[in-house]
Design a protein around this ligand. Sequence first.
Ligand SMILES: Cc1ncc(C[n+]2csc(CCOP(=O)(O)OP(=O)(O)O)c2C)c(N)n1
Ligand SMILES: [Mg+2]
Length: 584
Amino acid sequence: MTADARTAPNTSTADDTLKRKTRDGNVISGGHLAARALKNAGVDTIFTLCGGHIIDIYDGCVDEGIRIIDVRHEQVAAHAADGYARQTGKLGCVVTTAGPGCTNAVTGVATAFRSETAMLHIGGQGALSQHKMGSLQDLPHVDMMAPITKFAVGVPATERVADLISMAAREAFNGAHGPCYLEIPRDVLDREIDIAKAVIPAPGRYRASTRSIGDPADIETLADLLVNAERPAILYGQQVWTVRGHREAVALLRGLDIPGYFNGASRGLLPPGDPHHFDRTRSKAFEKADVIVVVGTPFDFRMGYGKRISKEIKLVQIDMDYRTVGKNRDIDLGLVGDPGAILGAVLQAASGRLKNDQRAKRQEWMRSLQAMEAAATEKLMPLFRSNSTPINPYRVAWEINEFLGQDTIYIGDGGDVVTITAQAVRPRGPGQWMDPGALGSLGVGTGFAIAAGLAHPEKEVLCYYGDGAFAMTAFDMETANRFQVPYIAVVGNNSAMNQIRYGQLAKYGEERGNVGNLLGDVPFGKFAEMLGGHGEEVRDPAMIAPALARAREAVHATGRCAVVNIWVDPRVYAPGTMAQTMYK
Ligand SMILES: Cc1ncc(C[n+]2csc(CCOP(=O)(O)OP(=O)(O)O)c2C)c(N)n1
Ligand SMILES: [Mg+2]
């Protein structure tokens, strides 16, 4: 089959197939019902690895024109479904077979759980008629998936397949988004029923809008707080991007002249250099501010559980999940709802109320922060420009940032080398920063890159890996090539699991610290070549930029992924690693 035939959406319908099979058009199988329900839920692509339990879903997808992306490891399928949801705003979908198909996908589902991604995992199961008899690949999937999903159930009858998919979709978008799991036994999938007996919720008619603003009185209170503040600051987290509330978020910063900070998927909401974009002075701003608004990001380890923010400062938290607001520390005001809708309503309530002298004071506040930002950048420049060999990973981070185009989606997958890029890499547009989120899973990169390429074929995709992370899922680079979504892979290679090694060396010393964390010296450039793409090894800092440029060119010319394997200094660590902040 040609690659084109593989990727082209299938335009035939279930009815066509049934005609071809000279079967009764009033009859439908469970797998075909699943595909129809997925289409009704807005799913246009599934990520999967085949297994005998799930083949009828594929057959249904062919009829419904749903693209089937088959990978080499279910972990990648799950990360790709997560990444596709992040990139499209639609429900992601991963389909795995029973038993090991499900267990292999667990890390991807768990990552989506901690990152609040709306995603449906459909898993196969032995036939109900063989329930508890010891069928092939039988496991208690629903019990296993329940703690890491918002909704995990088995489908008990063919008539309910589509109905339960719609329930899962509703759950996935309820409150903070998250993954759901549906187990469909093989006989439930294969059975054909009278279509009139199936419950098939219609697209657009089984889910209500979730764009709620919460209590209108709280909108007024927050508008008052923000109008009267002298030194306000706002931190935007990933939920702002999840609900595509970026326009309202930016309008609020600009409308009320408030400095904005961004973490996770909210990086890129404003381009670097924008007067309301700040990124090196968050802790200083949070010390000096009189009102802080935290939007769509929990007080978890990444925020020091909120304990570093002084009790003297008025703290406002906005979140999609009621359970996240006020968790780990008290707040002065909490709002639950859609961040975009809330921020839009707050701006409307505050509009025209900021007096000129108040605005002038804010601009002075922002200027003082801008001066601190510039000083912090200056301090980092010697590291960013370092000519030392082995190459300083700060130099790699800086070079990657210089290399990014207006539309490059940047993905980070690794330990320390990737952590360091947070200080240098500034995506130029919203949605162009992807990281694993709070689960910190190594191995997300390949699935995310495939998903980003499929969701946005017009954009460039660059994934920066640690050498430890790269080897976990890199074989699916072949999948990216096969589906014509090649990307630029950069590996920061220190031949170690360096982020962990630091803590071991600090605790156990040189002699006992290098245990279980050293890796071989692998020339990963050759990996790209093995798959028909361009690869190279970089040991000289001056060669990073030309190598990246050649990789970009090669990706265009060959339609295959390129790997730039950069050998970096294992003695350089990220500040957070040296302070071990993630465990504090
Ligand atoms: C799947 C998974 N396993 C283990 C870890 C623990 N861990 C965090 S960072 C790290 C080292 C990663 O090494 P590498 O990707 O080479 O980056 P480096 O720290 O060397 O720059 C490990 C093993 C994890 N986060 N995820
Ligand atoms: Mg490493």
